[in-house]
Design a protein around this ligand. Structure first.
Ligand code: ADP
Ligand code: MG
Length: 258
């Protein structure tokens, strides 16, 4: 049987290990991580500094390869793919948000959001239409012509989220997206991620702040390169039917006409 079961997890990590360096200097950052993420899930990853959170996110994002174990995405074993196929997977299905926004200075919000489509070779009309829609999704359409320096930190992170959304990814990967923001801006980012998740996108985020993690359905705690335990997010637990509504992904994928 080669078919993928319809209820197979969107993302599956089994016994994932990762070593940096060689010989006596080798350091094992991941020691056998098991994690399954369903379509429509909203997962927060917490854990002490150095526990392997970013290493895991980089593997999930196809930015790095594991030393051992199995990583399946949509049922496909990612380590069996060549470099080009992995980068296609990344560009087609994954969107990234980092702590430091990583926007181009002296470049408008609209142009920053257009970038992933420019790399893809899309024409300007297509790029601008999709970028305007993505900026609208994060509530920043009126700021389309402003450069990062003219925007607050919270607004810059929302531009970075729009840039991640513009390719209509299945999964949003965010590594400490609220790490540089105060509580109010952080809460706004979490509310935005919640809305996007409710519209169908699967969200996986790393955070240091327990308060922000409560927005997720699941909170996965890392320690010393392993998943130590998991709990439910308190805010998400109080909302019903959310995962079911998000399951089809139709709302999100239908958001931008092809
Ligand atoms: P976290 O994001 O949980 O703070 P990381 O995944 O960044 O932790 O790092 C886990 C461990 O792996 C740390 O001890 C870190 O120093 C080490 N590490 C991460 N990346 C590298 C690398 N490129 N080379 C060597 N060691 C690394
Ligand atoms: Mg990290």
């Amino acid at each position: 049987m080669s078919g993928v079961a319809p209820d197979a997890p969107l993302i599956e990590l089994k016994g994932i290990t990762k070593s940096f360096g060689e010989g006596a200097a080798a350091f094992q950052a991941l020691k056998g991580v098991d994690l399954a993420i369903a379509r429509g899930d909203f997962v927060a990853v917490m854990g002490p500094s150095g526990s392997g959170k970013s290493t895991t996110m980089n593997i999930l994002g196809c930015l790095d390869v594991p030393t051992g174990g199995i990583f399946r995405f949509r049922g496909v074993e990612v380590q069996a793919l060549g470099r080009d196929q992995r980068s296609l997977l990344r560009r087609r299905y994954l969107g990234f948000v980092f702590q430091g926004f990583n926007l181009l200075a002296r470049t408008t919000a609209l142009e920053n959001v257009e970038l992933p489509l420019l790399y893809r070779g899309e024409k300007i009309a297509v790029r601008q239409k999709a970028a305007r829609h993505a900026l609208d999704q994060v509530g920043l359409l009126p700021w389309a012509d402003h450069t990062p320096a003219e925007l607050s930190g919270g607004q810059q992170q929302r531009v970075a989220i729009a840039r991640a959304l513009v390719t209509q990814p299945d999964v949003l990967l965010a590594d400490e997206p609220t790490g540089n923001l105060d509580t109010q801006r952080s809460t706004e980012i979490m509310e935005l991620l919640t809305r996007l998740n409710q519209a169908g996108i699967t969200v996986l985020m790393v955070t240091h702040e327990a308060e922000m993690a409560q927005f997720a359905h699941r909170i996965v705690h890392f320690r010393d390169g392993l998943v130590e335990r998991e709990e439910r997010g308190m805010l998400a637990a109080s909302q019903t039917g959310l995962a079911a509504a998000a399951g089809s992904g139709a709302g999100y994928e239908g958001a931008i006409p092809a």
